[in-house]
Design a protein around this ligand. Structure first.
Ligand code: G6P
Length: 486
């Protein structure tokens, strides 16, 4: 446990850090859980005295809210000081419109440039209703954070996460001017020509929301620059690129790049557990000595799973020497199934998967292992066994899998990586970079990755693993607190 005396950190994000167990006394206790960014942030609570405010997402969460202790707080096991979680049980419609309507169908689409523009978006009265609820949702977080700040006896810093909560910094600053506020974007930021698709006033409100913070953090320089470009274009503000700050409405917001990485020791320990070992044995049996191309993603439009499969098909067509000698392992676990675009995309993944089977499978060779159920230990097992890791998003804030793969790989893996992933800024030198829309180039990169000699693959994989471990979550988080000062 770290020395947390004399400071309190508030974290806010849509998704919380927790799973629950019912204890003997009937109390629900918040525990660590989840994956990716959320699990990274969770580990920060081991050294920081933290209150994490999040939304109640399902019936289990809502039951936890009903059973929570005074002030709606859930105890958080294994954490520093008095760390606790507070979940906000928002009215169903407010949450749905804010989360599905605005955050995931609008802001996510804008920042990842996912729109099929001849057909969408179109902003009309129903979007206005959604936007009103998005404000209500952000306001609920700002109120909860302001309450927590008021009851704290020590200086408070609030670190607000992601596009769901882009309005909350300004709302919190209005309610609790003494709190130092950071906002962090885990997504890319759209360039002005794409960002201008948002209704004018809403585009400005989002920027103003973030500029309510004292510090705005991004995963790589490219996204920070795009944010500055949007500020310069859409707000009457002063953008100082040299000092990396924006002056707007009497406040100075510093802009920082904090490239989230992986806690290598913790991840390797997890991947040594028996559940992972068992899955490695099963997968190795299926692979029967063939090389493995692995990918692990949420079934997310921006992850570009379909073109990844098409590139693999192209590899097998254009380089028949690989037939029977390679297996692609694609884990695409369910995500955002409330949105029709995601359901259609999941179906497209299955469709292309079947086409590959039909074209190439032989009695003795299964070219593709496609699994769509979530199994974290199985994902770790695949990453340990991977010879090649394919990470080809259309656009991605960072993509932590690109960092986890080289850290976990037992014999060193070659990484085929999209230029449009934030991770490319740190890993580009030792990965094989590809344009995610170019399946011929991706097929060629897969070939080069498979053919890479052992010495080169090991050297590159070690360099990638070192870069991936450079900024573990605790250091990443500390660098944001440092940027806030105090
Ligand atoms: C991205 C976002 C996170 C979000 C995650 C999963 O990484 O930046 O904020 O938690 O996707 O999103 P979901 O809401 O579908 O669980």
């Amino acid at each position: 446990m770290g020395d947390t005396a004399g400071r309190r950190v508030l974290v806010a994000s849509n998704r919380g850090p927790i799973s629950y167990t019912r204890e003997h006394d009937g109390q629900l206790t918040a525990k660590r859980g989840g994956g990716g960014m959320v699990s990274g942030l969770s580990s920060v609570a081991e050294t920081e005295d933290m209150l994490w405010v999040c939304a109640a997402l399902d019936d289990g969460d809502r039951a936890a809210v009903r059973n929570a202790g005074p002030g709606g707080l859930l105890r958080w096991e294994g954490t520093a000081g008095d760390s606790a979680v507070r979940m906000l049980d928002l009215p169903h419609t407010v949450f749905e419109r804010a989360y599905n309507g605005v955050a995931n169908s609008t802001l996510w689409f804008v920042h990842h440039m996912l729109y099929d523009t001849p057909n969408s978006p179109s902003f009309g009265p129903s979007f206005e209703r959604e936007w009103t609820d998005f404000r209500t949702y952000n306001e609920a977080f700002a109120v909860a954070l302001a309450e927590a700040a008021q009851s704290a006896a020590v200086p408070v810093r609030a670190v607000i996460q992601d596009y769901h909560l882009c309005l909350a910094p300004r709302m919190l600053a209005g309610r609790a001017p003494h709190v130092r506020i950071a906002h962090f974007s885990h997504t890319p930021w759209a360039p002005p020509d794409y960002y201008r698709m948002l209704p004018d006033a809403i585009g400005r409100e989002v920027l103003e929301g973030i500029l309510g913070a004292d510090h705005a953090g991004f995963l790589c320089q490219r996204w920070a620059d795009a944010f500055l470009d949007c500020c310069a274009e859409f707000l009457a503000c002063k953008v100082d690129r040299e000092r990396a700050e924006v002056r707007y409405d009497g406040r100075i917001t510093t802009i920082g790049v904090h490239p989230l990485g992986v806690d290598a020791d913790q991840l390797r320990d997890r991947a040594e557990q028996p559940d992972v070992q068992a899955r490695m044995t099963a997968l190795a049996e299926q692979a029967a000595g063939r090389k493995l191309i692995v990918r692990v993603d949420r079934t997310e439009l921006s992850k570009n799973i379909v073109r990844g499969l098409e590139a693999y098909r192209e590899l097998l067509r254009s380089r028949p020497e690989w037939r029977g000698r390679v297996t692609k392992v694609a884990f695409a676990y369910p995500s955002r199934e409330d949105l029709p675009e995601y359901r259609e995309y999941a179906a497209a993944v299955q469709r292309v998967g079947r086409q590959i089977e039909d074209e190439f499978a032989t009695p003795g060779w299964d070219p593709l292992i496609l699994q769509v159920n979530d199994d974290y230990p199985r994902s770790l097992a695949a990453l340990r066994l991977a010879n090649v890791l394919l990470v080809n998003p259309i656009r991605d804030g960072m993509n932590l899998v690109a960092k986890e793969g080289p850290i976990l790989s037992d014999t060193g893996c070659a990484v085929v990586l999209s230029t449009e992933a934030g991770a490319a800024a740190e890993l580009g030198g030792d990965a094989l970079l590809v344009n995610p829309f170019d399946i011929s180039q991706t097929a060629d990169a897969l070939h080069r990755a498979l053919a890479m000699d052992d010495q080169q693959r090991t050297r590159r994989s070690n360099a990638l693993a070192a870069a991936a471990a450079a900024m573990p979550p605790q250091r990443w988080f500390a660098s944001q607190l440092d940027a806030l000062g105090g």
